[in-house]
Design a protein around this ligand. Structure first.
Ligand code: ADP
Ligand code: MG
Length: 158
């Protein structure tokens, strides 16, 4: 599949970012999602929206130092990665990264380029850039799983 299918959403502020995460969770988001975008774009904010909407009732911390934060929820496992501080993709092998990529898991990965060569391919590419006072999110499905999510997604940007 190529990137001929691209959908964009304008996200006005932090609250809308969290709400968009809720829509993604409700659409049955699963598989491997690469979150691209510079520091401060709102990747972790979006992950918080997804993880809390999927049933986690506590804080969602940025896994900058731990590399991955697991959330074992009622109907799915979510693994939130932040690979910003990863020196070498091989380090991922040492903590058994492959165990995280199972069928019923959602893997949200910030800074996926740091894990290139070890991470499995993404089902969905998500890119965040600045637009006016808010953000533009572009979704690009890479697999059938990604396409199905996009078909189920309901979100009204203002
Ligand atoms: P990242 O994980 O990409 O480094 P963070 O999620 O830590 O970014 O958030 C960076 C900042 O951007 C936060 O202060 C947050 O309030 C703000 N922010 C998040 N989403 C939006 C948005 N849609 N519009 C404007 N600011 C936002
Ligand atoms: Mg972050």
């Amino acid at each position: 599949m190529s990137g001929d299918q691209l959908q964009s959403f304008f996200i006005a502020d932090e609250a809308a970012m969290v709400a968009f995460g809720g829509s993604l969770a409700a659409s049955g988001l699963g598989g491997v999602v690469f979150l691209n975008g510079d520091l401060g774009m709102g990747k972790t904010t979006l992950c918080r929206g997804i993880i809390q909407s999927a049933g986690h009732q506590g804080a969602v911390k940025s896994p900058t130092y731990t590399l991955v934060e697991p959330y074992e929820l009622e109907d799915r496992d979510i693994y939130h990665f932040d690979l910003y501080r990863l020196g070498d993709p091989e380090e991922l092998e040492y903590f058994g990264v492959r165990d995280y990529f199972h069928d019923n898991a959602l893997c949200l990965i910030e800074w996926p380029e740091k894990g290139e060569g070890v991470l499995p391919p993404a089902d969905m590419l998500l890119n965040i850039t600045v637009q006016n006072e808010g953000r533009l999110i572009e979704l690009q499905p890479q697999t059938l799983k990604g396409q199905q999510l996009l078909a189920n997604l309901q979100f009204d940007s203002e």
